[in-house]
Design a protein around this ligand. Structure first.
Ligand SMILES: [Mn+2]
Length: 155
């Protein structure tokens, strides 16, 4: 368990933002099982921000009834058995690989980016950013960094 903030937070955020910005294929976004407010909020924040900056996104989640107001229409996909070829998987708010909901976590050739705020997170994925000092995962900030192509200068 490491509950301290990451001293390289902004550097890692910029690296992840660049990785997402440069990814030509679909970005699938998933969160943890039994999603709560920070899971759905992080997922939607990342998804909407990335979409606003021209990325093709596929957010996967089934919100509980009390959070249905956060989403609209068919914005969310309930489950994916197979990730689209060429896609990248962005996981938010999931402290363990086994806690990720609705997507395969072992599909060959799919890079995984892991953004979370649980200190126990084993920092899985090609890139990970774990910020136990934050109350939620900062999807909106990530999207802003991605869209603006900013390298560490955005706070
Ligand atoms: Mn959560």
């Amino acid at each position: 368990m490491n509950n301290s903030g990451d001293p390289l937070y902004f550097e890692k955020l910029a690296t992840i933002a660049t990785r997402l910005k440069d990814h030509a294929g679909m970005i699938v976004i998933a969160a943890h099982v039994d999603p709560d407010g920070d899971a759905i909020g992080s997922l939607l924040g990342a998804s909407r921000a990335l979409a606003a900056f021209g990325k093709t996104v596929l957010p996967v989640a089934v919100p509980p009834r009390y959070l249905e107001w956060m989403t609209t229409g068919n914005e969310l996909t309930p489950k994916l058995e197979v990730l689209p070829e060429g896609s990248l998987l962005l996981v938010v708010d999931s402290a363990e690989v086994s806690r990720v909901d609705g997507v395969p976590m072992n599909q060959v050739g799919i890079p995984i980016i892991n953004i979370d705020h649980h200190g126990s997170n084993p920092r899985f994925g090609e890139l990970s950013l774990v910020s136990p000092d934050k109350a939620c995962v900062d999807g909106q900030r990530l999207g802003c960094c991605t869209g603006r192509g900013i390298h560490g200068s955005y706070r």
